[in-house]
Structures are given as C-alpha cells and as structure tokens.
Design a protein around this ligand. Structure first.
Ligand code: ATP
Ligand code: MG
Length: 379
C-alpha cells in the first residue's frame, strides 16, 4: 500500500506531503490544487514507464509546470513579485509504501547545447526503505550520472555515466543485486488512472467491440462490455447485479454478442426492448464505466479516480460511492473530487486542499512542520 506521497515545486504545490489510506478522498475548492496532485501522481507513474521526461516535455517542459511562486512561500504575507530565485529549479516527486519508496528530483540542464530545449534532466533518484528518504534508509542512489546500490558490505557502483534522461528504474531493474528497482518499477506500473472516461455520442464504449476476455478497462472505456462479461464469468455476477440495481432500480444489464462483437444494453422498466449502448444517457454510461473499472478482474495496486462524479446526478452518488468502497476493500483507491456529497458518502481518509497565497496546502495544518516527515535528499 502507498503510505506517503510527497510533491515539491509542481504547479500550485510548492511543498506537500500527504499520508494515504486504503481509501483516500482528496477534496477542495476550484483551483485548490486537486488536479495538480492528480497529475503529479501520473508523473510518478510515468517514471515507472520510462517516459517522465517525454511527459514533461509534452506539456511545455519544466518551466511550464514548476511552481511559479517564491521558494519559501509567503507565510508572512510579504510582497513577492520581483524577488528572484536563489536555489536551483527543482521538481521533486516521491512515494513511499510500507516497504520501499522512490524519490526523483528533476531540474534544468546546466548548459543548454541541444535542440531539445524543453527536456528537463533527472538530477537524482533514490530508492529507500521506510516512509521517508532519509540517508540511512537509502538502498539505491543516483546523483547525476552516477548510480550505486547499497549491499550488505557497503556501496557497489551500478553506473558512472548515466544519461540525464535515463532512469535507474529502466536501466537497472533487471539487476539481481538491485531487486528493489524491479519492485519499485512494478509498483509504479500497477497504478490505474481513470480520468474523463468518454461518454459522448462517439465514445468508444458505445461501439460494438471484439468479444475477447478483458481483465482491465481500457483508458478510453472501449472494452466496457468485455470487462463486465469477464467479471460475470469470474463470479462477480451478484456484485454487478447489485451495482445495476442500486443505480437503476428494476433495470437489468445485457451484454449481447452479435457476429463476435459485444455491446452493453440495459433492459429498463416500461421499455419494449433493451436500450443499446448508443441510446444510454451520458450519466448511465459513466456509471457503468466506473463500475467496470472497480470490478475488473485485474486488481491494480492503486486506482486513482479524477472527478468520477462528472455527468452523474446527485441521486447516483450513493451507488457510485458503494462501488468505490467495495473496490477499496481489495485495492487501494484515491478519489479526487470537488463534490462534498460524494466525499461524505465515501468516508475514508479525507484530505482537504486549500490555496493560501497561491500555494496548495492541506486544510487544518498549522504550518510546514505540521506535515508528515519527508527529507528530500540534498543536491
Ligand atoms: N506553475 C504554477 N505555479 C503556481 N500555480 C499554478 C501553476 N500552474 C497552475 N497553477 C494554479 O494552480 C491552481 C490549482 O490548479 P488545479 O488545476 O490543481 O486546481 P483544482 O483544485 O483541480 O481545481 P478545479 O476544481 O477547478 O479543477 C490553479 O489556481 C492554477 O492557477
Ligand atoms: Mg481540477
């Protein structure tokens, strides 16, 4: 389970450390930093896929996403416009589980001599034991081009001249003497994100799809029917029936296969024939997509939902919350929402964000010392 998340220098997040629970609900007003936290998690997941640099370049490079306020924040309320930075530009992301953690520090190239102007560099990476990257717990350390692993009898070098865009997770995950790297990469790759599942008229979930078993919902929801049918065949038919009955009393889900292609349909009270996927309302489809994401045969390490309540009427929130709570009994779930009603239904650990002087903070915290411990390795 992921126990702690740390972000520094990303969009409105100057410095934030939050502890996570099996079910964590992140709420806050518009502009408080919920999406920033969500995107920071996605960037961490990108580290596991070896595409963090490309992702940052894709959104305009480090300059476009780094914290635009002063380094020390504005706790005293003094004017900050026109002040200059003294420290290096740094975007830092970190995550800790009960056994192992990972922290990455990204910065700008020292002297730019390349056409790839937007590419940031990986300055440091640390894999560590415990919930905080303190020096004593560091297992693998990468500083600029040099990487080393801690063995029983001291440090052993992994590399001396790593490229600034290469991650230790990619380069050395196969090394038997650095098994933590493979474990960390697997952990990051096991996260699933569901954001803006498409429900518009042309949504892939409304089209018939090849009938083949599907253990996880595609990012665009295209294999919705196959995921639901797979769940039924794996013995979750009662859970699925309950999900449909909770949201649409009297209705029954149908998953017809025609010429090897499968779609979703809903038998509804008062209708002479089941309504087919193109006829379902946006909210109905959104609910079925989220149900599929929660019931899918493959249980990921972490499911992250960004505003799952989108296009759902308030009446459906209790049913949605029930699906999420069920999933959270088997998988860790983090929900980002600005609907207080959904947050209340969900329960779990509530993290309320607020923006103070342009900076994202956790509501109720007295000050910087009032957050879980996290010691970023010094550059
Ligand atoms: N580089 C940056 N530095 C400082 N603040 C930034 C930067 N980029 C964006 N912001 C601000 O961060 C704030 C938080 O944005 P975010 O999208 O995370 O909000 P949100 O909580 O998801 O809001 P909503 O509920 O409207 O989606 C916004 O007010 C935005 O203007
Ligand atoms: Mg948002």
């Amino acid at each position: 389970m992921i126990s702690r998340l740390a972000i520094e220098g990303y969009r409105s997040i100057r410095s934030l450390v939050v502890d996570l629970a099996p079910l964590t609900v992140v709420t806050g007003a518009n502009g408080s930093g919920k999406s920033s936290l969500y995107r920071a998690l996605r960037l961490l997941a990108d580290c596991g896929e070896g595409r963090i640099i490309a992702s940052l370049a894709g959104v305009g490079g480090l300059d476009a996403v780094r914290w635009a306020g002063p380094e020390r924040g504005t706790a005293g309320g003094q004017r900050t416009e026109g002040t200059v930075r003294s420290g290096p530009v740094a975007l830092r992301l970190g995550v800790a589980t009960d056994s192992v953690g990972y922290a990455i520090d990204l910065g700008l190239p020292v002297a730019q001599r390349s056409a790839f102007d937007l590419d940031p560099e990986i300055k440091q990476e640390h894999v560590f034991a415990g919930s905080d990257p303190r020096p004593a717990g560091v297992l693998v350390e990468r500083r600029r081009g040099a990487a080393r692993v801690r063995l029983d009898d001291g440090w052993s070098d992994l590399a001396a001249g790593m490229h600034p865009w290469a991650s230790v997770l990619d380069e050395f995950a196969g090394r038997a003497d650095a098994a933590e790297l493979a474990g960390t990469r697997r952990m990051l790759r096991g996260w699933r994100f569901h954001d803006a599942l498409r429900t518009d008229a042309g949504a892939p979930a409304r089209q018939p799809q090849v009938a083949t078993r599907a253990a996880r919902l595609d990012d665009d929801g295209a294999n919705l029917a196959a995921v639901l049918q797979t769940a039924i065949e794996m013995g979750w038919d009662r859970e699925l029936e309950r999900a449909v009955a909770d949201a649409f009393p009297g209705s029954r889900l149908r998953l017809p296969v025609v010429d090897g292609r499968m779609t979703v349909a809903l038998e509804q009270p008062g209708m002479l024939r089941p309504l087919s996927a193109p006829e379902l309302s946006d909210g109905t489809l959104q609910y079925l997509l989220l149900t599929a994401a929660m019931l899918s045969a493959e249980k990921p390490g972490l499911i992250v939902l960004n505003e799952p309540e989108r296009s759902l009427h308030a009446d459906l929130l209790p049913a949605l919350a029930a699906r999420i709570r069920d999933a959270a009994s088997e998988t860790q779930v983090l929900v980002v929402t600005h609907q207080a009603a959904l947050a209340d239904e969900l329960g779990g650990l509530r993290v309320e964000l607020e923006k103070v002087s342009g900076e994202t903070r956790v509501a109720g915290r007295e000050g910087p010392l009032d957050q879980p411990s996290w010691h970023w390795p010094r550059r």
